[in-house]
Design a protein around this ligand. Structure first.
Ligand code: AG3
Length: 289
C-alpha cells in the first residue's frame, strides 16, 4: 500500500491546486477563529495552514515576507513607527525589525493561537519577538485602526489571509480610509493582494479603493510564491503623500546592514514592472453610477 500522504489546497473556481508531499502532521487545533494545522513536508520544511489554506512553508516564506516589508520600509524616508495587521506567524515582524530606523513595531493579530503555534513550529520566524521594540495585541485589526489616533504610524503592513471571512474587511474601502487617516504625512501602506493571475478583480478593487480614500500613489509589486494559488503573488503599496519613487536601499548607507535573501534594490524596482494585461485592468475607469 502506498502510504504517501499529500496535503492539497484546491482552488475550485480555478480548476487548480497545490500539493505538498507530507511526512506527518505535527499539530492540529481548532482555535476560536479557525483551524490551525502544522505539517512536516518532505521538501518544503514545516507548513502552516489556516482553514486548509497555505500560509507559510519554511522553504519559500522569505519571498513573501521580504516583499511585504522591505519595499514599504525603503519607500519611506524614516520609518520609525510600524503597524502590522495580521502576520501572526511573525515573519513580517522579523523583517520589519531588521530596519534600525524602526522604533516601535506593533502587531495586531486576531488569533493569538497562530502566534503561539508559530513560536513552537517556526521559531526562526519568531526570532525577534522579544525585541524591545515589538508589541503584540491579539485583537481585531479593523477595530484597532478605527481607534487609532490620526497620523500615528509611518508604515502599515497588512499581512492577511484571503479576502473571505474575517479578512474580508481588510480589503475594504472603509478600512483603507482608516489606514489613510492613521498614517503620518509620507506614510506608506502595503498589503498582500493575492495573485495577479487568479485574482485580478481583487487587485482592481484594491487600487480603486486606495485611490478613492485619497492615497497619492499606488503601486503593485509582483513576485513568485510557488505555494500560493497560481504560484504568483502580489503586494500593493500606497503612499499618503509622495510618489513611491524613493528606494532608500539604492543608497548603500541604508542597505548594507540588512541581510535579505530575496529582496535587493534591483528587485524592488523590477517588481513594480507589471504585465500589460494587469496595467490595462488597473487603468480602467470605475463605472459611473
Ligand atoms: N498570508 C497569506 C496569503 C494568502 C494565501 N492564500 C492561500 N493560500 N489561499 C500569509 C501570512 C504569512 N505571514
Amino acid at each position: 500500500m502506498d502510504s504517501t500522504q499529500w496535503f492539497t489546497e484546491e482552488w475550485a473556481e480555478q480548476g487548480s491546486a497545490i500539493s505538498l508531499k507530507t511526512v506527518q502532521i505535527l499539530h492540529s487545533e481548532q482555535s476560536p477563529f479557525q483551524r490551525i494545522d502544522i505539517w512536516e513536508t518532505e521538501t518544503f520544511g514545516t507548513l502552516m495552514t489556516l482553514d486548509g489554506l497555505v500560509m507559510v512553508t519554511s522553504r519559500d516564506n522569505f519571498i513573501y515576507h521580504e516583499m511585504l516589508s522591505h519595499p514599504a520600509l525603503y519607500a519611506h524616508e524614516n520609518p520609525q513607527s510600524v503597524l502590522i495587521i495580521g502576520g501572526g506567524d511573525c515573519g513580517t515582524l522579523r523583517e520589519v525589525l531588521r530596519h534600525k530606523e524602526v522604533q516601535h513595531a506593533v502587531q495586531v493579530e486576531l488569533d493569538e493561537r497562530v502566534t503561539r503555534v508559530a513560536e513552537i513550529y517556526f521559531p526562526e520566524l519568531c526570532a525577534s519577538n522579544h525585541d524591545p521594540r515589538a508589541r503584540f495585541h491579539f485583537l481585531d485589526g479593523i477595530q484597532w485602526l478605527k481607534d487609532a489616533p490620526d497620523e500615528s504610524y509611518d508604515v502599515i503592513l497588512i499581512d492577511s489571509t484571503d479576502p473571505v471571512g474575517p479578512a474580508e474587511g481588510l480589503f475594504a474601502e472603509e478600512f483603507y480610509a482608516q489606514c489613510h487617516r492613521a498614517l503620518r504625512v509620507g506614510g506608506v501602506l502595503a498589503g498582500q493582494t493575492e495573485s495577479p493571475l487568479f485574482h485580478l478583480p481583487i487587485l482592481q478593487r484594491v487600487h480603486r479603493s486606495l485611490k478613492a480614500v485619497g492615497f497619492a500613489a499606488i503601486k503593485t509589486l509582483q513576485f513568485p510564491q510557488c505555494t500560493y494559488p497560481s504560484g504568483w503573488w502580489s503586494v500593493t503599496m500606497a503612499q499618503k503623500s509622495g510618489d513611491l519613487q524613493l528606494i532608500r536601499s539604492e543608497n548603500p548607507a541604508h542597505w548594507n546592514d540588512i541581510e535579505t535573501r530575496y529582496y535587493t534594490p534591483e528587485i524592488h524596482r523590477a517588481a513594480m514592472a507589471l504585465p500589460r494585461y494587469v496595467t490595462r485592468v488597473l487603468a480602467e475607469q470605475p463605472p459611473t453610477t
